[in-house]
Each structure stands twice: as C-alpha cells, then as structure tokens.
Design a protein around this ligand. Sequence first.
Ligand code: TRP
Length: 345
Amino acid sequence: MTQNSETNTKKASGATPERQKIFSGIKSTGIPTLGSFLGAISNWEKLSAEYDCLYCVVDLHAITIRQNPKELRDYGRNMLAWLIALGLDPEKNILYYQSQVPAHAELSWILNCYTYMGELGRMTQFKDKSAKNEDNINAGLFTYPVLMAADILLYQANLVPVGDDQRQHIELCRDVAGRFNKIYGDVFTMPEAYVPPVGARIMDLQTPSDKMSKSDENANGCILLSDSPDVIIKKFKRAVTDSDNTVKFAEDKPGISNLLTIYACMTGKKIAHCEAEFADAGYGAFKQAVGEAVAQNLAPYQEKHARLMADIGELDAIAAKGAKKAAEAAEKTLAKVKEAIGFVV
Ligand code: TRP
C-alpha cells in the first residue's frame, strides 16, 4: 500500500487501517442458549486474532424493562462469566458492563438530539416491546436504539455482529452517524452489520421452523447452556421430528435436520457422515445420542463458568479492568464530539 492510499483509507474509515474494530452488545438478562452459542458466540473467539473486539454486557438497555435488582446483577455477572467460559479471553478482548462506562449514557443523550421521533417510532422492536409491555412504555424503550448507536459509535466500530432482528437498529445508527458527520465533519466511523462466515442456524426443538431462542413460550424447545445433562437429554428426547423414521437431512424434515446440524456441530463430523452413522437407528436412539453429545460438549464450559462464578471478586475485577480500557477509548470519541458540537472542553 502506498503512503497515499493508506492516508485515504484512514480518512475514509476514521479508524486506523491496520486493525478494524468489532463491537457487540450482549443482553444481560437470561442465559445464553445452544443456539446463540453455535450461531454466534463460538465464532467470536477467533475474531480477536484479526480485530480489536469489544463485548459489552448491556445492562443500561436491560432496564427499559423493569428488572429485579438482585437478578439484574446476577444475570450480568453470569453473562460475563459465560462469555469468558465460552472462550473470550479478557486479555485479548475488552469485556465490560455498559453501566460502568458513563460515556455510553452521555453520548446517548447527545445523539437523542440528532434522532427523529419518526425514525424511532418506525422501529419494529419498539412496536413489539411496547405491545408486550403496555403498562410500561417508557421513554427508554423508545430511545433504546439511540443508546445502541452510542455504544457502537463511541468505539468507532467498523463491524457489529448482530442477528437479523437488530439490522434495523444498525441502519438507524448509520443514519444518525451520517447526519452528525454531515453537520460536523468526519467524527464517527460508519459501522456495518457483520455477518459471521458460517455460524450454524440452530432451530427450536419444539418448533423447528423458528430459531432457538430463550424467549420461547415452550422451554423444552430451547437448550440453555446451564442445563444439566439430565435436562438436556430429556429436552432432546422430546424434540419434534416426523413420522418416516429415517435420519436424513431434508427440507421437509426440519426437526431431524436441526438435530443433525447440532450433532454435526458437537462432533465435528460432516452431515453425511452423521446420516450414515444413524442409517439403521430409530429416532429414539438418534435423539439420545444428540442429547448425550450436547451434554458432553457443554460440560467443560459449564465447569469453567462455575469456577468463574465461585470467585465474584475476581470476576468483578476483570470487568472493572475491561471498563477502564473501554472508557479510555470512549473518552477520545466523546471529546471529539463535544469539541465538534461546541461545548467548552
Ligand atoms: N439491542 C441488541 C440486542 O437486542 C443488544 C445491543 C445493545 C447491541 N447495544 C448494542 C448489539 C450494540 C450490537 C451493538 O441484541
């Protein structure tokens, strides 16, 4: 790369051209599922070799829905412990709680003044959540995407790994960043949604047409990473299949195909190989084998998670260190923003 084009890249992206930044916010309420592990989190571990990665447990977003204080704290710590247990090394990634870095709330206020009511009113997640929480349609729920934009823009992130349900929020973030940059110059890097290379799409065990997610009414459809071996095997035994009793990957066999995908992920074998392995087996034996493979695979992660949760002091210290690193980066952007707007800095 010539001197010139290097400077151009720098100018265009607003970040150093050598290493791009990845930012993702993780909801703190709830336990990760087998679906989120195989579909997303398992890919993140490798990203730190190539990118500067920040993962933020978004507890400020969590309070847009009423939370019990003890549970909020517990869930936050559990989530952080899961991220580490699943392979995110806190030395190689910045891991922290959103509420420990004040710049998120500060930039969020500022960006509120550059976001239109009409834009926020169109957000499908806002419409869905207000329908579900009719008695608490608070202003935070409405401005949720602005805080999310602040999360991303604070770190000048290039790439944001998110599920399809969050694409609209990324678009909004880009609109707001573009609007701000148009007024004040090149302050924010324009982020993009990041689609990981191959993340497996794991479906609900009871309704295999839907993605596995913990918000499902039927708890049997979803494997939580904290599920005990007994519970895991029981849930797989109850998994919905079909009536032709052949273990084969096919479009008209969504239940069995999903189980094959899971088994292949757990064993590292090709789908065809898995089909051959169970060619003479009935569904009962196949489901048992998938359940056992999942239970066995999750055991070391569960042990690591338990060890991390056994020393809360140490876990909180890891988070505090992460917050310090995050705050340093965030403060730089915030200073740029304040200067641009005309605050006395
Ligand atoms: N809204 C995201 C979700 O529901 C979580 C989130 C908050 C996020 N801030 C973010 C994701 C910033 C990516 C980047 O999953």
